[in-house]
Ligand binder design. Structure first.
Ligand code: UD1
Ligand code: UDP
Length: 361
């Protein structure tokens, strides 16, 4: 039996792996799910497994936090043992986190074929750890599953063979669409005492939350937006201490909370008038939900969410003015949807992986 091993590790991986896992399971593929332990708090990890009916990980490597080198190295050491103990016919990696690139390096040196889900995204900003992780991972993979057409151009320009590149749609959106009927919007409204009109913000990029100067400017801008509409902020652990130290809670319209479970988070976003974020996945989700999104970054690896979605990039100094414009927009205005973001990416991936495995048997 050929074993497909999925390597996951942090919050954005979990909604992506589910649709692929299920589609491969439906086709009778033997699979193993590895959790590196990069994220470990219940609300950053376990809650997704419960809410999204993900299989229990076959192994949790428990690597935890650390500097980039320490974390990546620990993942690599543990994964090498794991791949030697349970030899994969194919390793599948997701997104752009340290667990992704660590798995890619280990599998490549053990001559294990690899597939990258969400290949070819580029911010062209090498100060982002994710950009380094994506570029290295893509170079080492045999199958490159792409979520939007411009990623095909990036990969071909970087010399990847065209027959390795497959435009399949977006498994993150498979999960979103599959869960829309499960959202308890009224329950979330009651639980968090949400008003009719509110904004949601998420923040965790190092460029936004690691330096006190950046945090100070951001907090000032968020207070300006909170003058327009209350902001509910499920806060990633990375930014909490700096944002609180900079006085983010001093404005009565700012509501900090712990990270939310997936279903609560999507329900809160769906009911909101505006999202402010620096997340990758949230740019995609707001595009499908039709909620205006202001991305607090100088660039995005997901430009399709701007050209065919609801996203805009904003500098911190323009945040209040842009928020005012976005809040005035007609919430029922029709919006475009990126091609193939239709809920079937996992099946398309499985339809490529299964014959690929058969050809190598
Ligand atoms: C990681 C990814 C980033 C992704 C984000 C999604 C890398 C380089 N970065 O960033 O691409 O957008 O996840 O959320 O892989 N922490 C906790 N509890 C946890 C996990 C982390 O308290 O369960 C804290 C620790 O203090 C840790 C810090 O958050 O040092 C950062 O965690 P880490 O996984 O290194 O990076 P993220 O900022 O979460
Ligand atoms: N998310 C969640 N609860 C939260 C914040 C985010 O469930 O409180 C979900 C959301 O669906 C998002 C995903 O987690 O798309 C990944 O989020 P994150 O912003 O951490 O990672 P990124 O996409 O930036 O790598």
């Amino acid at each position: 039996m050929q074993l497909v091993v999925h390597v996951t590790g942090a919050r954005p991986n979990f909604p992506k792996v589910g649709p692929v896992w299920r589609a491969l399971a439906a086709r009778g593929v033997d699979q193993r799910l590895i959790h590196t332990g990069q994220h470990y708090d219940d609300r950053m990890s376990e809650i997704f497994f419960r809410q999204l009916d993900l299989p229990r990980p076959d192994a949790n490597l428990g690597v935890g936090s650390g500097s980039h080198a320490v974390q990546t190295a620990h993942i690599m050491i543990a994964l090498e043992e794991e791949f030697l103990a349970h030899p994969p016919a194919l390793v599948m990696v997701y997104g752009d986190i340290n667990s992704t690139v660590a798995a890619a390096l280990v599998a490549a040196k053990l001559h294990i074929p690899m597939a990258h889900v969400e290949a070819g995204l580029r911010s062209f900003d090498m100060t982002m750890p994710e950009e380094i992780n994506r570029r290295v991972t893509d170079q080492l993979c045999d199958l490159l599953f792409v979520t939007s057409p411009e990623a095909i151009d990036h990969l071909t320009r970087e010399g990847m063979p065209t027959d390795a590149i497959h435009f399949v749609g977006n498994p993150m959106i498979d999960t979103l669409l599959a869960n829309l009927d499960r959202l308890d919007t009224a329950g979330v409204r009651a639980e968090f005492d949400l008003p009719d009109r509110y904004a949601v913000a998420t923040l965790h990029r190092p460029a936004n939350v690691d330096s006190p100067d950046a945090v100070r400017a951001l907090v000032e801008a968020l207070h300006g937006v909170a003058d327009l509409a209350p902001i509910y902020i499920p806060l990633h652990p990375r930014g909490r201490a700096n944002l609180v130290a900079a006085g983010i809670e001093a404005h009565p319209g700012i509501h900090l909370m712990d990270p939310l479970g997936y279903l609560e988070f999507i329900a809160m976003v769906r009911g909101s008038a505006l999202v402010l974020t620096d997340s990758g996945g949230v740019q995609e989700e707001t595009t499908i939900l039709g909620v205006p999104c202001l991305t607090m970054r100088p660039n995005t690896e997901r430009p399709i969410t701007i050209t065919q979605g609801t996203n805009r990039l904003v500098q911190v100094e323009d945040l209040v003015a842009e928020a005012r414009i976005a809040l005035a927009r007609d919430p029922n205005a029709p919006h475009a949807t990126p091609p193939l973001w239709d809920g079937h990416a996992g099946e398309r991936i499985a339809d490529i992986v299964v014959p690929w495995l058969a050809a190598r048997r």
